[in-house]
Design a protein around this ligand. Structure first.
Ligand code: GRF
Length: 225
């Protein structure tokens, strides 16, 4: 049977400190803790992966606030279980994207957030948010950018017939899914894949790279050998 070396397909490659480990490891020495404001719209599995990485010492950070925009988003259940404060800012209550983003910025500033992490935030953000945290807003997108930007990226890749897709953590700029790439993981599209099986394997890689990508972006020291 052919084996698939997932780690070889993560870039930049990260090796654990102190021997083999299932997860890449960030060196906590000399790393200053950063305050992450996380924004999510749905299930929140990436939100939870980031919080678990903090709990395990992989990432030196705190999450003082989760913002979600959909009152029925199940991410709020994860936040309660993990003890993370959360606020719902329902986009339907705001006349424009800019007014929603202004409310988001006010919450983030009130919680003294250093970096903003969009983890399945299904709204287009505006310069109001981006300029309030210059070069300090990250997003994860379920494709190997610059391929398959925008919504339904997994469907786009699946229908295009590509044999390898993946996920990307990138800086957020005003043009959608176009900021500098921090980290990517490649995922094969298997012949018997369905959208669901492909998405499940993509999410495993998302959960692996997002905490490491945050550490890289904020300048925390990581092992590279
Ligand atoms: C992820 O696949 C992410 O790439 C996309 O939205 C999804 C969010 O999933 N932007 P979850 O809510 O973190 O489980």
């Amino acid at each position: 049977m052919t084996t698939w070396d997932q780690d070889a397909l993560i870039s930049p490659p990260i090796r654990p400190i102190g021997g083999p480990s299932e997860h890449p490891t960030v060196n906590p020495i000399a790393n200053q803790s950063i305050r992450l404001g996380i924004m999510a719209s749905g299930s929140g599995s990436n939100f939870e992966a980031i919080v678990q990485a903090i709990h395990s010492g992989q990432l030196n950070a705190e999450v003082p606030i989760l913002i979600y925009n959909n009152p029925t988003a199940t991410v709020v259940e994860r936040a309660k279980r993990l003890g993370i404060p959360s606020i719902c800012l329902d986009h339907r209550q705001f006349a424009t994207r800019e007014l929603l983003d202004q409310a988001i910025v006010e919450v983030l500033l009130s919680y003294q957030v250093d970096w903003v992490v969009m983890a399945g935030w299904m709204r287009i953000v505006t310069p109001v948010l981006i300029h309030a945290f210059p070069n300090r807003v990250l997003n994860i997108h379920p494709s190997l950018l610059p391929s398959f930007k925008g919504s339904k990226a997994i469907e786009q890749a699946f229908e295009s017939g590509v044999k390898i897709t993946g996920c990307t953590v990138h800086h957020v700029v005003t043009e959608v899914d176009s900021g500098d790439i921090v980290m990517q993981a490649a995922v094969p599209v298997l012949t018997n894949d369905t959208l669901e099986t492909l998405q499940a394997r993509l999410q495993i890689q998302e959960h692996k790279i997002y905490p490491v990508a945050i550490a890289i972006a904020v300048g925390q020291r990581i092992s590279e050998n």
